[in-house]
Design a protein around this ligand. Structure first.
Ligand code: 9MG
Length: 280
């Protein structure tokens, strides 16, 4: 798939490193300091094998408050400008706001990652004009309230129908079909059982024919099973990254790049052998 200046082979799974640029991420003050720390963190992730760095200025954690457009621009754009051209990776912007999409892409972002699947005003046309790939994610509700008793008749059916409808809208708006990625949205308006049901049925989402991005790193779907706090969820995160790559996910969004890259190398090796055996 073509991401602005970079072609990425999505035949094998790739790792996306998470770069949060919320005020608590690099909290010892000063814009220069923040930019250098963001660069240092992103460089570590790229050196560890991340193909994508996802830069986000607004937390999408359950219950997280929304921030203004200007606040998000102020957090994200200087970081993308600083990283752009310096790192050998695709910069992704994690945003739902049209203005942030536009400015991030002019600053160097090559992918729009929208947890609201381009449903906010102006987002569809901003993404179409930006001419970079988009990741459409499923979320039931909004981050502030999404974990208040989410319910589905059939979670996989609902996610698939939502994503297909969003793909139709994107194509109508002029977004090229071969620049669309889909994401079932683990942890976004889903109970523990919904998340694991969706993972078990990931093959159905894959069969829609669009590359899949998944994000489960350190999420509560791990903590609820293992009883571990956020900083004790590495093994669970690697297990989920491994399983999802084995089931066909092509971009795995994670905090722990180094360990995930190792796990993905093993999945890739097995997949290559299986392809050779099947092709023989
Ligand atoms: C921003 N963000 C947080 N979690 C995410 C997930 O699971 N997928 C995508 N695409 N973005 C996410």
């Amino acid at each position: 798939m073509h991401f602005k200046h970079t072609e990425v082979d999505l035949l094998t799974a790739q790792v996306m490193g998470i770069l949060n640029v919320t005020p608590d991420s690099f909290s010892d003050g000063g814009q220069h300091n923040t930019l250098e720390k963001a660069l240092e963190k992103a460089t570590q992730m790229v050196n560890a094998g991340a193909t994508f760095i996802d830069v986000g200025g607004e937390s999408t954690r359950p219950g997280a408050p929304e921030i203004s457009e200007q606040e998000e621009l102020d957090r994200v754009i200087p970081v993308i400008e600083r990283l752009s051209g310096t790192l050998d990776c695709v910069l992704s912007v994690d945003t739902s706001k049209a203005a942030v999409m536009r400015e991030a892409v002019s600053a160097g972002a090559g992918l729009i990652n929208d947890v609201r699947a381009l449903q906010l005003p102006g987002a569809l046309s901003a993404a179409a004009e930006a001419q970079v790939p988009v990741c459409l994610m499923h979320m039931k509700g909004e981050p502030t309230t999404m974990q208040e008793a989410p319910s589905y008749e059939d979670v996989a059916d609902e996610v698939i129908n939502f994503l297909l409808a969003r793909v139709d809208d994107c194509i109508q708006a002029g977004i090229a079909e071969d620049s669309i990625l889909l994401d079932p949205g683990f942890g976004f308006g889903k109970t523990l059982d919904h998340n694991y049901q969706l993972l078990a049925e990931l093959g159905r989402v894959k069969h829609l024919g669009y590359p899949l991005l998944v994000g489960m790193s350190r999420k509560s779907m791990i903590g609820a099973l293992t009883g571990k706090p956020v900083d004790g969820r590495l093994a669970g995160s690697i297990a989920l990254a491994t399983l999802s790559a084995h089931m066909g996910a092509k971009i795995i969004r994670v905090h722990d790049v180094d360990e995930t890259v190792d796990a993905i190398k093993i999945v890739t090796k097995i997949q290559q052998i299986k392809e050779t055996v099947q092709g023989a």
